[in-house]
Design a protein around this ligand. Structure first.
Ligand code: NAI
Ligand code: PYL
Ligand code: MG
Length: 267
């Protein structure tokens, strides 16, 4: 898994606020409103403990702080444990935490200690960025278009394409790894996207790769919407401007809110 850097998180607070505004404009739902709708859950004054984890590559500067910002920005009570790892877990539980957030290099999880629910960042991130596109309205621009392009078929892209299929989208897929494309096409009713044999442009594009410039001019329409957790951003500034592309992308908070709603109690 590609790991975040402190640089990726430098503008995270502004990005979360700006993306929430854009999501509301595109879907008519605020980010927490959309999470509430798709998971059917709601916060109930849970206390969220964030435990810094030193395993593997260790503490990422601003990681825990970005999680705390997300928790508090959406009106929840949270704290970062003073201790790390196992001592941090002990501290979290003895201070009355209801939900634990913690990440090592392989998994970033939310665990609700009261109801036992557990959520994985890659799954919840794929789901929420896909749901944003499913709920995006475009009127005459093509918001009701049921075609979507999914670029990157890894741990985030796969739950995204499952979300699109559940919402009855025609899902076109591409991955630089052709074995992965074949594997996905053998398991799901998707179309393999081939830019040379059958070029096609899309109003809705989902991207989850760790590479820049994965979104080429040929797949864009005027006013396309790109929903992408991928870091770095897969579309150039030049193409964003030329096609007036609306881009939903933020490094940590959107996926984190999705994880929290995945473990809250049903409303
Ligand atoms: P992964 O490694 O499981 O999957 C990435 C997929 O992209 C692979 O199948 C790979 O073959 C494919 N790929 C690589 N280069 C490509 C290219 N040029 N064109 C098409 N496909 C290409 O990674 P994962 O966990 O799915 O993460 C994807 C991205 O999302 C990473 O950049 C990760 O850091 C980011 N991420 C962001 C989050 C957020 O909240 N913004 C949360 C979780 C992950
Ligand atoms: C959570 C993400 C999204 C993209 N890549 C994943 C990543 O960077 N994982 C590593 C997180 C490690 C956190 C570190 C800390 O500060 O507690 N152990
Ligand atoms: Mg995110």
């Amino acid at each position: 898994m590609a790991l975040l850097t402190p640089e990726d998180l430098a503008n995270m607070t502004d990005a979360l606020v700006e993306n929430d505004r854009l999501i509301t404009e595109l879907t008519t739902y605020s980010l927490d409103g959309l999470c509430r709708k798709i998971y059917g859950t709601a916060p109930a004054k849970e206390k969220v403990a964030i435990i810094p984890i030193t395993a593997g590559g260790g503490i990422i500067g601003s990681f825990s702080e970005s999680l705390l910002f997300t928790v508090q920005h959406f009106g929840m009570d949270g704290f970062i444990t003073e201790n790390t790892d196992v001592a941090g877990w002990y501290e979290a539980v003895t201070k009355g935490a209801d939900i634990i957030l913690m990440a090592d290099d392989l998994a970033y999880i939310a665990h609700n200690l009261r109801n036992g629910k557990i959520a994985h960042n890659q799954i919840c991130t794929g789901r929420i960025y896909a749901e944003i596109l499913c709920h995006a309205k475009g009127g005459k621009d093509g918001g009701d278009d049921k075609d979507v392009l999914v670029l990157g078929l890894g741990k985030v892209g796969t739950p995204a394409l499952e979300t699109f299929l559940n919402e009855k989208f025609n899902v076109y897929v591409f991955d630089v790894d052709s074995n992965r494309v074949n594997e996905i096409a053998s398991q799901y009713p998707v179309f393999k996207y081939d830019s040379e044999k059958e070029p096609k442009s899309f109003f809705k594009i989902f991207e989850a790769t760790p590479c820049p410039d994965t979104i080429s001019e040929s797949v864009l329409k005027q006013n396309s919407i790109v929903s992408t957790p991928g870091i770095p951003l897969g579309i150039s500034d030049e193409l964003i401007e030329k096609y007036n592309v609306r881009v939903v992308q933020e490094p940590l908070g959107i996926g984190t809110l999705s994880m929290l709603y995945a473990v809250f109690d049903e409303k």
